[in-house]
Design a protein around this ligand. Structure first.
Ligand code: COA
Length: 234
């Protein structure tokens, strides 16, 4: 199997990124579809990386749940708080942290009990990567909601991750979601003001689950999220 990754820049800024895990025979088709996707964003520089995956690839189920029907920022934020509270967490403080985040190159990982930020590099964050559906998208277009569910599936499959909160950084959308082991995927609309070039992803880590030291569990979690190849059964 191959992991094919594309990232594109314009005026020195990251504007598009996507990856696929596919059979070797699909290589050329996937490269073309990823190029099409970068070109649709008027990319000035495109980087394509192709790596052979030698290890066995673990399969996980796809998370499921409803898209949102929230009508306003207030409604969305109230719903987000209620979800976090029903999971047993301090919804108010977690959302305060979430909405105060500046735009990172990756996600923030937060201890769900102390609310301490745990990423080794606070400007970069950690980047969820190395995953795809067993039915790879070869269209060259971006299906935001499907991609969000695939990413959330990998995040939530991690033993020490209890939930993920996300809002897209795409200026044309305002949707987000909370994914959790307990409640699955809950889509939320109007999480941010329209046309806002800001997005955030917070991964809630519980270091009390499972054996080993806190540090071991945290580094296993980051390694899994960034590097372990995963295929998602849809
Ligand atoms: N946002 C901003 N900058 C990004 C970026 C992103 N999503 N992805 C890559 N970059 C830039 C960064 O400058 C990065 O350097 P850094 O590691 O110091 O931050 C540089 O490109 C190289 O990143 P790298 O991860 O080595 O690139 P890659 O070509 O191997 O793969 C993607 C990058 C975008 C293809 C891969 O991360 C991906 O497809 N992810 C899809 C899922 C996703 O959107 N993850 C982000 C969720 S947090």
């Amino acid at each position: 199997m191959l992991n094919i990754r594309m990232r594109a820049e314009k005026s020195g800024k990251h504007i598009s990124g996507a990856e696929r895990i596919v059979e070797d025979s699909l290589r050329d088709q996937v490269v073309l579809s990823l190029l099409k996707r970068a070109e649709s964003k008027d990319a000035e520089a495109i980087n394509i990386k192709i790596e052979t995956i030698c290890e066995d690839i673990k399969h996980i189920p796809c998370i499921s749940g409803p898209s949102g029907t929230d009508k306003s920022l207030e409604e969305a934020r109230c719903k987000m708080k209620n979800i976090l509270v029903s999971l047993g967490y301090d919804g108010e403080q977690i959302l305060k942290l979430f909405f105060a985040l500046s735009r990172l190159r990756g996600a923030t990982i937060v201890d769900v009990n102390s609310l301490e930020r745990l990423e080794p590099d606070k400007q970069r964050g950690i980047r969820v990567s190395a995953f795809d559906s067993i039915n790879p998208d070869l269209s060259g277009k971006k299906d935001h909601r499907r991609e969000a569910k695939l990413l959330a599936s990998k995040v939530i499959s991690c033993p020490n991750v209890v939930a993920e909160i996300c809002v897209t950084d795409d200026v044309n959308y305002t949707f987000g979601y909370i994914a959790s082991k307990k409640l699955g995927y809950i889509g939320i609309t109007h999480v941010k003001e329209p046309q806002l070039e800001w997005g955030a992803r917070v991964i809630l880590f519980d270091g009390t689950i499972g054996s080993g030291s806190y540090e071991e569990k945290l580094s296993r979690t980051i390694e899994y999220l960034e590097k372990t190849p995963i295929l998602i059964d849809e």
